[in-house]
Design a binder for this molecule. Sequence first.
Ligand code: MN
Length: 707
Amino acid sequence: MNKDNPKITIEDIINEINYLTDEEIDKLKSAYEYAKEVHKNQKRLTGDAYIKHLLNVVHILITLNADSDTLIAGMLHDVINIGGVKEEDIKDKFGDDVAMLVSGITQINRLNYNGTNETMIANHRKILVGLTKDVRVIFIKLADRLHNMRTIYMLSDEKKKENAKETLEILTPIAHRLGINKIKSELEDLSLRYLKPDVYFSIVERLNKSKNERNKFVEEMMDNVSTLLNEHRIKHEIKGRAKSIYSIYKKLDKGKRFSDIYDLLALRVFVDTIPDCYQAMGLVHSKFRPVPKRFKDYIAMPKNNMYQSLHTTVFGPNGNFFEIQIRTYEMDEVAERGIASHWSYKEQGKNLMKGMEEKLQFFRSIMEIDENSEEIDTKMEDLKDTIYVYTPKGDVIELPYGSTPIDFAYRVHSKVGDSMVGAIVNEQIVPLDYVLQDNDVIKINTNKTSTPSKNWLEIAYTNQAKNKIRSYFNKIDKAEYLKKGEELLTKEFRKKKISVSETLSGDNLKKILDDLHLANINDLYINVGSGKISVSHVINSEDDTKEETILNKVIKDNVDSEYKGDIIVEGIDDIKVNRAKCCTPVKDDDIVGYIQTGIGINIHRSICPNISNIKERLISVRWNDKTDKKYSTNIMVYTDGMKDLIFDIASVTQSNGLTLKRINNIKMDGKYSFEIKVSVPDKEVLDKYMNALSTIEDVTGVERIIK
Ligand code: MN
């Protein structure tokens, strides 16, 4: 069971790799020398030199055919966190790509997991994936964890259980979605061993007891099948298959009896081609009666993680059930190494980064698809959670149970979804909220001029469909705002007899955009059209900048840099948290976290329009009651005239016990407005302060600014 190899050497590793160039091998060797030096005084809890952990991690990565950068990063994965080295040093010695991978693994290894409920667990998985810029970082993480789990026996029982729980909740689901079965099933077995040692060892014992008998049956069946295939000249190999202890545990846990678990007796047949798979399956069924409902064609209908194979269970000689899987060698590669199987050395070189980019996209999309069908992970065998439905042409579409014709239409193509007017299922018209059933044949009626309806968001079941509907409305809203904004500005400019083409071009345009923190003229139109920025603000924008007050120069703009600890991200400690500059939330505001790839979590107010269309990257966060920090935020004070209220505002601020960090006056439509930056401990104080501001004579409105 314990595959840790404390005696492994760099020579063993190099002897084993057969796919790197000499140059890459030299680089790996120098990474080894470097890591050995960095960790020279460090030991693992097992008493082994630290470098042995790194060699083992690299060894695991080789079984995935990892590319040279990943192997090197695997060797260096602890030099920052454990060895105290700077990222710059890695960049200098091993290049940008390796440094990026090492920094990625360092970042996710710093996440401190303390999840106790489903939301926290899902959050944690989401963050781990969201932070990862490159899927190769996840491979290193899995290899690191696998070796840690192999050498966990030194830890206290409590620590063992903690590690096992985290592995099962966070890492094996990710390994499963990436299809990396090799690592996944070993991680599961190791986790079960430490989480429920009694159960684990009782299964091991029962398997051992029945081993001789089972081997006899399996060998007999292998002979039978082999003879049958040879008679029909199908080139093949057959292997007996050991069922993982964890998968037996899952079945016992569902109430099955040990003797009833079909696939205790299991074989796997390997053939060269897909037609051979079907032919072999036909032959097996012609000789051994199949058990009803146990035949599955994952070749025509691959699982989401790309797994392909034919599965059947048959009545074998002596009345035993046999589970038989038939697949090509290529499919077996995918079954064992999943997404990493596409990582053959042939692909390396020029296209490597592009390939990896695509894989990461794929990886994210898997995480998304499965997000609302979490259950599939634990009930892979239970097909009720997944349905297979058909297009009129007979194409198969896999959807989670609960999906509606809307989900189907968007799964086929966004264009089909966006122009859908109705659905016909098995030749009958159904309402759009009809819940699709296994084997339904679905025809979607479309009309080019038709558009989605907002209440589809309530009816659609999959995140994929919901995201596509949202993005449709997002685009539409934007187009409308753009048109409206352009009209509004043109009209206003004409009224004031200002030349549009002169004002909104060249340096002048740049100045306006900079001032309003906008990227281009379309953004300007959209913001004006949606009412976020008033027309007069744009027109006067030019003057504002000249009218910076003296106060502005005196008061320094302090940005909160120490923010960690103020915000609690459920389930995670030690993650970088930044307060968004657009909506400057203060304590007790309703807030939400946005996962920014490779950076951390940005905190926005829930009402901030900048995050309203990116639900899939949002996670729930809350304020830590215990903090007593101050938060700067931006307020706009509108007035009715040209009176300079700076001193009135300053005195109200002072009497509320607050400090002004900045104040600007802005001329709008011949009236003064004041933009204030102020520091407050929480929302209550801020509300009270804004109230006080609104009582100043000539003030017509006070509001918080969202940019
Ligand atoms: Mn490590």
